[in-house]
Design a protein around this ligand. Structure first.
Ligand SMILES: NC(=O)c1ccc[n+]([C@@H]2O[C@H](COP(=O)([O-])OP(=O)(O)OC[C@H]3O[C@@H](n4cnc5c(N)ncnc54)[C@H](O)[C@@H]3O)[C@@H](O)[C@H]2O)c1
Length: 392
């Protein structure tokens, strides 16, 4: 059987936490061949490659060298959000397909350029928003769309990480780069997941965004302080007039019952639906405390196999890439795969709008940033001009 020849660009924490299982321990591992890896950070590169015996001559500090010297079908671009664009464009122009972890890109302009390049080259970009495969989200989406709850009016989604995720003083450090929590925000890292999941359920476009952020805990960390936000509330108005609050942060005490404490309530005209996303029904009491495990996301079997939606979502995306390379993807499916909903385009737009809202907001002496209102159409027209109408 022909395997999809994959090059890995960026071997930081998302590879350590999630994708190494996909590449080597999942049901999809036999469909993929990891041909090589590239990362300018030697420690991150060799830690991953040593663990999986990737030969020295297939380890690169520069992704352009990897793409030019190996025979690849696709790359996975695991670089920080603001660095998705360059490797993606380079790979697409060389005829490769691309998988990126969420989000598609940090900026709307980057996202637009990436999508345009993929279409021009008849290649695919697929984005791993793994929550889309969470059975609870799928059930809520199917029932909402069948009319079980009526029209959504108000929704609140929470996604709060333990402090160790953002704290560069924590050993071992969660992110490969010490300044990750300064270069990224809870909005870019967490809100994107929830916006995308919510949009997959209600299938509406956002029209207005306003954000509020708190910078109180992270700037007080020692010895290394973080100039970043602890907690953010992104208020989104949708085309029906319904409003969602996406509350995300990374400052919960490390004793929290889950790495990510998360839930959602969607209140509609004829009912509501609650998603206890951090309670998958597997609670343990161990020496370190009480913990919720989430085997729906990553289910570690005794024989080493890893299943769960953290594997199945990117795994199926890689299968779609293989089908496209084999010429088996119908035009209609290609168009759907490259549409705004499938690419998670609205998550990028909302997060860009939330960051703009904060940049235009006011900051109190106590570190509370009250953002300005951002109109999505105006934002897109300012960034993309005529091209805006392809998305609206
Ligand atoms: N950590 C998670 O659990 C998680 C979950 C879902 C999605 N993501 C997404 O995964 C992506 C990577 O995040 P991360 O958490 O792994 O960050 P990270 O900082 O831990 O790792 C990023 C890696 O990319 C490398 N890199 C930077 N520029 C590069 C280049 N030009 N070529 C090759 N490698 C380069 C860095 O050296 C680093 O090792 C982001 O888009 C993030 O939003 C992360």
């Amino acid at each position: 059987m022909k395997r999809l020849r994959l090059g890995v660009i960026g071997t930081g924490s998302v590879v350590r936490e999630i994708y190494r299982h996909l590449y080597f321990h999942s049901e999809y591992a036999q469909l993929i061949s990891i041909e090589g890896a590239a990362d300018p950070n030697a420690q991150a590169l060799h830690a991953f490659c040593d663990q999986y015996a990737i030969p020295r001559n297939r380890r690169f500090r520069n992704y352009t060298e990897m793409i030019d010297s190996l025979d690849l079908d696709a790359v996975q671009v695991n670089t920080p959000d603001a660095l998705h664009r360059e490797p993606t464009l380079f790979a697409l122009e060389r005829g490769l397909d691309v998988l990126v972890p969420k989000p598609l890109a940090e900026s709307v302009a980057d996202a637009h350029e990436m999508v345009t390049a993929a279409r021009r080259n008849n290649r695919l970009i697929v984005v791993d928003f793994h929550k889309r495969d969470d059975p609870r989200i799928q059930e809520a989406a199917a029932r909402y769309r069948a009319g079980a709850y009526g029209q959504f009016q108000l929704a609140v989604w929470y996604m709060l990480d333990k402090l160790l995720v953002a704290d560069p003083n924590h050993e071992p450090r969660f992110f490969a780069s010490a300044d990750f929590a300064e270069k990224n925000t809870p909005i870019s890292f967490l809100t994107v997941h929830m916006v995308d999941a919510f949009v997959q359920i209600v299938r509406e476009k956002p029209v207005r965004v306003r954000a509020t952020a708190f910078a109180q805990k992270l700037p007080a960390l020692a010895p290394t302080a973080v100039r970043g936000y602890d907690l953010c509330d992104t208020e989104i108005q949708f085309e029906s007039g319904g409003v969602a609050h996406i509350v995300t942060g990374w400052h919960l005490p490390n004793t929290a019952h889950a790495l990510t404490v998360q839930s959602s309530r969607i209140i509609c005209t004829d009912g509501l639906v609650d998603l206890a996303l951090d309670a998958a029904g597997c609670r343990e009491i161990v020496a370190e405390g009480i913990r919720e495990r989430n085997p729906l996301f990553c289910n570690f079997h005794a024989d080493g196999l890893v299943t769960g939606y953290g594997m199945s979502h990117p795994g199926r995306l890689l299968q779609t890439i293989q089908r496209h390379r084999d010429g088996d993807l119908e035009d209609e499916e290609y168009a759907r795969m490259m549409g705004a909903l499938q690419l998670g385009y609205w998550a990028t737009v909302v997060c860009a709008a939330a960051h703009q809202s904060l940049a235009e907001g006011t900051r109190s002496k106590r570190g509370v940033i009250s953002g300005a209102d951002v109109d999505i159409t105006e934002l897109l027209e300012g960034l993309l001009g005529e091209a805006t109408h392809a998305y609206l």
